[in-house]
Ligand binder design. Structure first.
Ligand code: AMP
Length: 190
């Protein structure tokens, strides 16, 4: 089994790259952002709760996010592995994920971090906001707040995975193909 945490700020290209990696390595792609957005579309209780955080660019509380993620993993007992995209985003989520996977006798193999600078990311997100209609991508103040949340709560996870020798940084600037190439070359070498 290969279990990958795909890491990076909003706009770094996690979702785009996950679409390629899941096919190449036959993995299940779980994006917590997508799961929340599906819940919002379906107007579930979880969706209504999540929306109040997401629209402001804040993180959704840990426990609901963890419960949702675990339910999604449990729906795929035959999986050859998972790509976790946008999860974990806090140390508490990372610890819960480790505990949950350990109970299943599986583990995270590596964290692949797509790195790009904030100004490039703001440009990408504002562009995405025009085509996707995502409210959190349309306003630079909300985007900058997501970066603030990332710097405060999510960035420390690099150290968490570095301490387990699982952290790898990838240059996230370039064409989609170039970045897929960098990721697959790295994965194949691990
Ligand atoms: P994303 O699609 O990954 O950019 O996520 C969009 C929004 O969903 C984030 O700004 C958060 O409000 C929420 N979200 C997604 N994943 C998580 C997570 N692991 N923990 C908390 N909130 C999350």
């Amino acid at each position: 089994m290969i279990n990958i945490v795909l890491f990076g700020k909003p706009g770094a290209g996690k979702g785009t790259q996950a679409e390629f990696l899941k096919i190449k390595y036959n993995l299940i792609h779980i994006s917590t952002g997508d799961l929340f957005r599906n819940n919002i579309t379906e107007k579930t209780t979880l969706g209504i709760l999540a929306k109040s955080y997401m629209d402001k660019g804040n993180l959704v509380p840990d426990q609901v996010t963890i419960d949702m993620l675990e339910a999604e993993v449990d729906k795929n007992p035959q999986a050859k592995g998972f790509i976790f995209d946008g999860f974990p985003r806090t140390e508490s989520q990372a610890k819960s994920l480790d505990a949950f996977l350990t109970r299943k006798d599986i583990k995270i193999n590596f964290m692949l971090a797509l790195e790009a600078d904030d100004n490039e990311l703001v440009k990408r997100l504002l562009n995405r906001g025009k085509s996707s209609g995502r409210i959190d991508d349309q306003d630079e103040t909300k985007i900058r707040n997501r970066f603030k949340e990332y710097n405060k709560k999510t960035s420390p996870l690099k150290t968490y995975y570095k301490n387990q020798n699982k952290f790898y940084s990838i240059n996230g600037i370039g064409t989609i193909d170039q970045i897929t190439g960098r990721l697959t070359k790295l994965i194949d070498s691990l």
